[in-house]
Design a binder for this molecule. Structure first.
Ligand SMILES: [Zn+2]
Length: 210
């Protein structure tokens, strides 16, 4: 496997508020136009559920929902294409958590898990572009990445509501997602150094294409 300058490795933590938090300290939020389109879709879906079965109005509502669905999907893909392009351009080694693919597939048909689909797609798009650019995507075990202190390594328990990582041992105080991205980067680099390169991209690619 090609040798990679650790300076050119980036750890990526995916999330709900910020779609990505990077080990460089940068974050990217879901664009507003996308969030708004998603809300519109949710409203249209609610409308549809209230229409009488077999009615003309229900037919119209159905068409509206499917149009909005397509719009959301297009906006999402467009945004994820840009974001994955940025990731691949900025680093030689891009490290993500290996998301629980079984969980994602189980919830495939639930609209509220639309965010999970965005994560899977982001990884898939990044793998695609990285392969073309001769760069590498690693997936690492996601266990403890948000709990572990990225500086001293102790486990610092937190709930989902705790947005800040504050280490009682070494005093490190940083955003929780930033802390996670640093752990993800460390795991990815360690995995490559030991020859255990985690889950290979191509193997999981199919499962991720939701
Ligand atoms: Zn610490």
């Amino acid at each position: 496997m090609p040798r990679i300058d650790p300076q050119k490795a980036v750890g990526v933590d995916v999330g709900l508020k910020n779609i990505v938090a990077l080990s460089t300290g940068e974050t990217t939020q879901y664009p507003r136009y996308y969030v708004q389109a998603e809300k519109k879709l949710a409203v249209a879906q609610r409308d549809l559920s209230r229409k009488k079965k077999g009615s003309n109005n229900r037919q119209k509502a159905k068409i509206k929902v499917s149009r909005l669905h397509e719009k959301v999907r297009n906006l999402r893909d467009e945004f994820l294409n840009k974001l994955s392009r940025k990731l691949v351009d900025s680093a030689d080694l891009i490290i993500f958590e290996n998301l629980d693919i079984n969980y994602m597939l189980k919830n495939h048909h639930l609209a509220k898990h639309i965010q999970d689909h965005a994560w899977g797609k982001l990884i898939q798009f990044t793998q695609c572009k990285a392969a073309k650019a001769g760069k590498v995507v690693e997936l690492v075990n996601a266990r403890y990445t948000s709990l572990k202190c990225s500086r001293c390594g102790i486990i610092v328990p937190k709930t989902l509501a705790d947005r800040v990582h504050l280490c009682p041992k070494c005093g490190l105080k940083i955003d929780r997602d930033f802390n996670a991205s640093l752990n993800i980067r460390t795991l990815g680099l360690r995995g490559r150094a030991s020859g255990d390169a985690g889950v290979s991209g191509s193997m999981k690619q199919e499962a991720l294409s939701l």
